[in-house]
Design a protein around this ligand. Structure first.
Ligand SMILES: NC(=O)c1ccc[n+]([C@@H]2O[C@H](COP(=O)([O-])OP(=O)(O)OC[C@H]3O[C@@H](n4cnc5c(N)ncnc54)[C@H](OP(=O)(O)O)[C@@H]3O)[C@@H](O)[C@H]2O)c1
Length: 288
């Protein structure tokens, strides 16, 4: 235990050992824009063999695919709504036939409606659960069996700090992310005896893509899970921060666990008021 805790603590400060991606084929859901688009670029820069992008909007998928191809990496896109189980299985089959085996699956696609429970349309509430949570069930079920056969695979979930610390005004999103967090915890433990196959959960803080446009938080998180960079004018995605290249593991969010385990509810509520997370969605005008 002491060894493992020390190793994890050292791992928080030392740069991680980067994995060789030259034989990996990566599929990113919601890869056409936002964080997904950035990840596609990052995987291409780091030498991934093939990249596959899934999403609903052809225009941005096409643009990102062209950009990745210009970087010298084989890239394909497929129109696929991850909330639609049959479509996921159908498209997974199409990917296998056209591109081959996927060895890294990045479950990144998500939507947010940005409303309280009573203001939310029932269908909108259902949609977030279908896309943000159940979508990961279907994509993982579609690609994991082959990873297990190959004894080579990695499932990555782009989750959110809101999985651990919910805010008002995004009840659909927080619920779906908390559920996806439990899904990944269970999956990760279930893979312990599966050589060559593992899973990572990433919990980014507020990232200025279109998703949470308008949302305002006064105080940032204590330990950044994302690193900031200025968005360049040629970026058609509007984000100004990017996930750390190592895909920061869940360990970076220990402060959230700690504060929730130690502090009384009244103190947690005060933190929400002070940090601005209590009212941050009042100015929300993101896109779903
Ligand atoms: N932005 C933040 O502040 C923030 C913070 C923490 C975590 N995250 C997480 O990071 C991930 C990426 O978010 P982002 O900021 O890049 O958001 P974004 O710019 O809104 O992008 C969301 C992506 O998901 C895709 N998508 C949405 N519904 C889909 C569906 N049914 N089927 C397939 N693709 C779908 C979208 O593509 P199409 O529209 O083409 O389908 C788009 O590419 C999400 O999981 C989000 O929860 C974001």
């Amino acid at each position: 235990m002491i060894y493992l805790v020390t190793k994890a603590a050292v791992g928080l400060v030392l740069p991680p050992k980067l994995r060789d991606l030259s034989r990996e084929s990566v599929l990113i859901t919601g890869g056409g824009r936002g964080i997904g688009r950035h990840l596609a670029r990052e995987f291409a820069e780091r030498g991934a063999r093939k990249i596959v992008l899934w999403g609903r909007t052809e225009k941005c998928l096409k643009e990102t695919t062209e950009e990745i191809r210009q970087m010298g990496t084989e890239c394909h896109y497929f129109i696929c709504d991850v909330g639609n189980r049959e479509e996921v299985y159908q498209m997974a089959k199409a990917v296998r036939e056209k591109v081959g085996d996927i060895t890294i699956l990045v479950n990144n696609a998500a939507v947010v409606h940005g409303k309280s429970l009573m203001d939310s349309d029932d269908d909108a509430l259902l949609k977030s659960q279908h896309v943000n949570t159940l979508g990961q069930f279907w994509t993982t079920k579609a690609f994991l069996p082959r990873m297990l056969e190959l004894q080579n695979g990695h499932i990555v979930c782009l989750n959110s700090v809101l999985a651990l610390s919910a805010i008002p005004g995004a009840i659909d999103y927080c619920t779906s992310k908390a559920s996806a967090f439990a899904f990944m915890e269970s999956l990760t433990l279930g893979l312990l005896d599966c050589p060559g196959v593992s899973a990572t959960t990433v919990l980014p803080f507020h990232t200025s893509t279109e998703m949470f446009q308008g949302m305002r938080v006064r105080v940032s998180q204590p330990l950044p899970a994302t690193e900031a960079r200025d968005s360049s004018p040629e970026d058609s995605g509007s984000y100004a921060t990017k996930p750390s290249p190592s895909l920061a593991p869940v360990d970076h969010e220990y402060p959230h666990y700690l504060e929730k385990s130690i502090l009384p509810q009244a103190a947690l509520e005060e933190i929400h008021r002070f940090s601005g997370t209590y009212t941050c969605m009042n100015t929300f005008k993101g896109r779903t």
